[in-house]
Design a protein. Structure first.
Length: 421
């Protein structure tokens, strides 16, 4: 199989990836600024004849989590192991009911970097969804932690703006939101201060009230401060009698070397089964449906080959700008922010052979084969760019470098398009 192109751009990016079938199977990933598209991510598949796409899958964003690996399962761990996945309320209630320690135990969730974009857009809404669905334990506390000064009330106000009742049952949603917000608190501190984390520990203990207490730290911060935060959290704020786990967001380093160094550094403070790595794209409906479509659909399964597919395009676009995220984004750029992880995962899922089973390990093995079989990218095939200011419909949109958090002379790419095969 040959894949031809990758391209992507941030901000407002639109990514596209395509695979050419026949002898020239290819992928193209791209992203473009302020492109008006009906959805965030699309996959286009083109048949060998020059016809239009045979189908398009779209998805407009979902709260998503994919946690791996799963730690060993004591009754308590089993029920909390799914902490950030949204399952049906029946499933959640059954799980909660099966936890014999439920009454005596508690979970404290600390969102490190709570003032940021991901926390606002995804983590707090996801936690609320879990609460609404009965998937959080009876006793739990959520702490936001970041350097910004905020009171509990200010955090609640910030969080309340992004909570939605997106789940079928809408009754009592307002009431549930109020209950949820009352369980949210804020502690301001530096990411590299053991002392500040020790203060957090004290506050957590007050809420935990002497119960068996497990602690989850969600690192919603730029990766260059992961280690500082993990060191301080594990030194000064680990659970004394329950589990302590850390969720790490992508990107896991800037390159292979720094990724290995990051893992090594994390392991100074945590065991592998305490570290949960997330690529939220894997939990999106579009992506989950891809596996179902490919392997459980009798019509598509036999057609999913280079004999019948000439070209596939993965398009990712966003119609908003950096919006204060330059502190993180400008150090990473669109390739590391989106392409190396989310889009590459989609490409691998799309192009892999049928796995032996749908177990994580078997799927991973097939993905690895796809990545190994890809030709090295050629610099001359790659297009990069950065979005500029423009006016549309009487509204002027700022350029990437107009953002206060972005250096005025930044050359960080926000757009990228590349073929791969
Ligand atoms: N935004 C998204 O949709 C997604 C983001 N991610 C990942 O999540 C992590 C956080 O992303 P996001 O919330 O967008 O990032 P932000 O840039 O919003 O950063 C989060 C918080 O970290 C603190 N921070 C930012 N820059 C620095 C810095 N240079 N030094 C110290 N602290 C800093 C700020 O809090 P304060 O100043 O108050 O301390 C900020 O509110 C990143 O690893 C990102 O790759 C992953 C998937 C999606
Ligand atoms: O990982 C990231 O993803 C978001 C886009 O995710 P979505 O679920 O909102 O479509 C992107 O905005 C952000 O830059 C990036 O870090």
């Amino acid at each position: 199989m040959e894949m031809a192109a990758f391209s992507s751009m941030h901000c407002p990016p639109s990514y596209s990836s395509s695979i050419n079938g026949g002898r020239n199977q290819s992928f193209i990933f791209s992203a473009s600024p302020r492109v008006s598209v009906p959805a965030r991510a699309k996959v286009f598949v083109q048949s060998p004849g020059n016809s239009h796409q045979n189908f398009a899958l779209m998805q407009d964003g979902a709260v998503a989590t994919k946690v791996s690996p799963v730690a060993k399962e004591t009754p308590m761990e089993k029920s909390k192991g799914d902490l950030l996945s949204v399952t049906s309320s029946k499933e959640c209630d059954e799980k909660a009911g099966s936890d014999i320690n439920e009454k005596e135990s508690t979970v404290s969730i600390t969102v490190v970097g709570a003032s940021g974009d991901l926390a606002k857009k995804k983590i707090f809404p996801a936690l609320f969804a879990l609460y609404y669905e009965g998937c959080l334990p009876k006793h739990f506390t959520i702490y936001g932690y970041a350097r910004s000064k905020m009171t509990d009330a200010e955090l609640r106000n910030m969080v309340s703006k992004t909570l939605t009742c997106r789940i079928d049952k809408r009754e009592n949603c307002g009431e549930k939101m109020d209950e949820f917000l009352k369980r949210c608190f804020y502690h301001s501190g530096q990411y590299d201060s053991v002392e500040n984390f020790a203060h957090l520990d004290k506050k957590l203990k007050e809420h935990e009230g002497g119960r068996v207490s497990s602690r989850l730290f969600y690192l919603s911060i730029p990766p260059n401060i992961f280690i500082d935060a993990v060191k301080c959290a594990s030194t000064a704020a680990s659970s004394g009698n329950g589990w302590t786990r850390v969720i790490v967001e992508k990107p896991f380093g800037r390159d292979s070397e720094s990724s290995a160094a990051l893992t090594k550094a994390l392991k100074q403070y945590l065991n592998e089964d305490q570290i949960f790595r997330i690529d939220h794209y894997l939990g999106k409906e579009l992506v989950e449906n891809l596996s179902v479509l490919r392997f459980s659909n009798l019509i598509f399964e036999p057609l999913w080959s280079r004999q019948f597919i000439r070209n596939v395009q993965l398009i990712f676009s966003e119609d908003f700008g950096t919006e204060g995220r330059g502190g993180y984004f400008d150090h990473y750029g669109i390739i590391r922010d989106i392409m190396q992880n989310h889009l590459l995962q989609i490409l691998a899922l799309f192009a892999m052979e049928t796995p032996v089973s749908l177990d994580a390990e078997d799927i991973r093995n097939e993905k690895v084969k796809v990545l190994r079989s890809m030709r090295p990218l050629r610099l001359e095939d790659v297009v990069i760019g950065q979005y500029k200011s423009h006016t549309k419909g009487g509204v002027t949109y700022p350029a990437y470098t107009d953002d206060n958090t972005v250096p005025k002379d930044s050359l960080t790419p926000t757009l990228r398009q590349l073929p791969c095969s």
